[in-house]
Design a protein around this ligand. Sequence first.
Ligand code: ATP
Length: 512
Amino acid sequence: MSQPEIFEKVISHCKEYGFVFPSSDIYGGLAAVYDYGQNGVELRNNLRQYWWKSMTQLNQNIVGIDAAIFMHPKIWKASGHVDGFNDPMIDNKDSKKRYRADVLLEDHQEKIRQKIEKEIDKAAKRFGETFDAALYRTTNPRVVEYQQKIDQIDATLKEGLETGNLAMIKQLIEDEGIVCPISGSKNWTDVRQFNLMYSTQMSALEGGEDQLYLRPETAQGIFVNFLNVQKTGRMKLPFGIAQTGKAFRNEIVARQFIMRMKEFEQMEMQFFVKPGTELDWYQHWKESRLKWHQSLGIKATNYRFHDHVKLAHYANAAVDIEYNFPFGFKEVEGIHSRTDFDLGKHEEFSGKKLRYFDPETNESFVPFVVETSIGLDRLFLLTLCEAYQEEEVDGDTRTVLKLHPAIAPVKAAILPLVKKDGLPELAEKIYNELRLDFNVYIEDKDSIGKRYRRMDAIGTPFCITIDHDSLEQGDVTVRYRDTMEQTRVKIEDLRNMLQNEVSITSLLKKLI
Ligand code: ATP
């Protein structure tokens, strides 16, 4: 199966098995907005819970907060979002479609890149075993010319964005002969900056201001609560504040399913440190976060770090953790050393001191911040892309989600073999005991094979089958999702067995 085919399958699997639905489905959906279904919400809650516990429970010096989505509008002025949180947009006058100018150019570069790969494939076939692809890339005139084109586009786009010269970006789109994918025409408007924040009104705000923003990131809620938490929690540097919650961005280019949404969830942790120690902490969090990702059983080769070459003006180091999605390596999490920019700006705009008094040196200063910021929805998507598998079993295809048991939506299915002879009653008894600790499911419809397949498709790690022997011997058959092996387990041992396998503790142990 090709990568785009796998992605299409994951998307339809999400809808078919109650993981993700388009928002407002019966009204035709709402672009780039999604709802999580009965299985999706469990998986997502488990991922969030694992993140939360790994931050606040495993680290003595990290605590959590839950700040409101509505915040004082000055916060977004201070953070730079009102003036600088923009994407360059361009409209096609014929199709009336709006595009991100940088994305049009990136797509164009991707096409050129594909031409390079085609040339290399052709040459590899022609030259056979002796072919040196790396050498060919740097010496074949056509390939070199393509690569120069890609680099030129990068350089011009970068200059245009950095100097605010949007006419230069429009010129580049025209020079490259980029057409609208819908109308096929080159009839473009000028490029304009478009702010990504959604605004709304709130009456009776001080100073006559009434325009509010839906937060485009959760981080600011942490910065403005820095002193509240530090003082009430008697926190000593270094310490962190963690938060999960919704963020909103008016993303014009909505694509790749839940990869880029207008309403999404972030899980952010801001770690406050003494100035001068930030790069050591940055290194620490970089390693620690990658380890966290890998603890979910995701292949190490599917992750990579992508260092930011061009740093935001307030950062002195920044890296993305990227995952190899079916559509290529893309950012899932950012780790940024943000210096004292955020607290410094909030001091300036609020007029309140946001300083830490160090009892050891008797000095007060604005702490530096190292941030880890991950998108829960992107994490959800990568988890599904990684887990989704189709396997041949006895001439049949089984679709299985090989999720780590600790994040699987349903932990065990309790399945009486037949609907008579007291088996449903015993199943009910086991269900009633297990449901106190685990999300378990009981079902007596259809053949056992069909029931197994349905459970495989939602990633249920264990199926517990109750048969006639169970009544006499007090044991059941436990079927393992991944190997499909079956073993007999005493009914009284089921709880412990599940506890060991499906609790988040088993994941947390991998981190220490
Ligand atoms: P991108 O470059 O992909 O737009 P970003 O650099 O703007 O992402 P950040 O502002 O660093 O993203 O946000 C932190 C994390 O939030 C990202 O790593 C990503 O996982 C998530 N995120 C950001 N925007 C979206 C979105 N529109 N939909 C879903 N998740 C998002």
